[in-house]
Design a protein around this ligand. Sequence first.
Ligand code: SDX
Length: 431
Amino acid sequence: MAETRRTATLNFDNKSIELPILSPVAGPDVIDIRKLYAQGDVFTYDPGFTSTASCESTITFIDGDKGELLYRGYPIEDLAAKSHFLEVCYLLLYGELPTQAQMVDFESRVTNHTMVHEQMHYFFRGFRRDAHPMATMVGVVGAMSAFYHDSTDISDPWQREVAAIRMIAKLPTIAAMAFKYSIGQPFVYPRNNLDYASNFLHMCFAVPCEDYIVQPALAKAMDRIMMLHADHEQNASTSTVRLAGSSGANPFACIAAGIACLWGPAHGGANQACLEMLREIGTVDRIPEFIRRAKDKDDPFRLMGFGHRVYKNFDPRAKVMKESADEVLGLLGVHNNPLLQVAKELERIALEDPYFIEKKLYPNVDFYSGIILEAMGFPTSMFTPIFALSRTVGWISQWKEMIDDPAMKIGRPRQLYVGEARRAYRDVRHR
Ligand code: SDX
């Protein structure tokens, strides 16, 4: 619980309102305005929530000026170098790194929930083959509410726990099924003898006609990508999951809402949009034209994979992703990948340009991820589904934290109304 040691005084219209200032473990102090409307009959106004803390949380901390990202206090650089995705899942869900015995038990529980109900295969048949995999994921994950009735009662801690495990376990299976369906290949069942990332790659790239051996280095790169995307404080999709959960909606419906929000190109859809942009630029000599467009106020074009609401310094995940891109492309023998050359030159030019320096625009997590995923054989349409399956543990951890909070109440913002004042109805003959 944050501490209160001092107050802020708000004076207006002959009113003087004392507002407690709460001091966090790290990050800016917050002014607690919960009593402002009752005491002052006024709302605050903060579209886009640029200055608003929506909740109290213990899960992830970001320092945008220092380019710092901590999962339960552990720097993302350390976790990316020394941990693995399922261990990070345990850390985000339960707050501590697991012992060996806890890790074995957790991995067993997740592994034994990776299959989906056989009936769910028929959901995919209802979609066109060219449906975007995010469309199928939103639909199929929401439909999980129709199957797993023994883990939808959010008032039962055990059902909340089972729902969390099911989501972490089944999202890769559903994402792989969406991919297979889109390319007209048969679904591949999960295999209990494979680790999480290897299992996902096997479900995506194996075919019934021959064995598919997952390259350990690619599995490690996939696992690192999952870790880097696992959680990120109160971003748009996490806030969507929290708001949906605050109404008491079941966890599957809440995660489906998060997937829908993540799809946007300003958010998780940026990895697909970024690769499409790099492809459109094509060659290094065309970069200045796109830099000019990004700076032109009258041109809606933005450099995808650049900028961030919180990071006003580098995004620590982008640094790790850039190193991983070099490693994976080297492994795959695509040293001179033109997209990577364009990306590196674009980054260099942008970081020297006064516009980007002044606006503190740096590459974010989405800038390099697409290059790695494409090199692994994924189409651009699978980039955001991979972001979604990786972020599921963050969404469900934040959802659990909110539901576990006895003070939780339904999220219901107010507004600044600028529409018509009250007026009388006029008969159509007098309009
Ligand atoms: C993710 O919130 C999270 O944590 C998200 C995420 C997570 O892990 O959950 O980190 C994942 O979503 C990363 C961001 C991926 N999106 C993109 O790469 C899309 C391109 N970036 C932008 O659309 C933008 O930077 C945002 C949406 C990421 C942030 O937008 P903000 O914070 O609302 O900032 P803004 O739009 O007010 O921009 C500030 C200024 C503006 O210029 P002015 O109006 O002040 O003159 O910077 C400019 C913008 O025009 N600007 C850009 C730019 N991003 C911002 N100009 C050119 N190219 C860009 N990419």
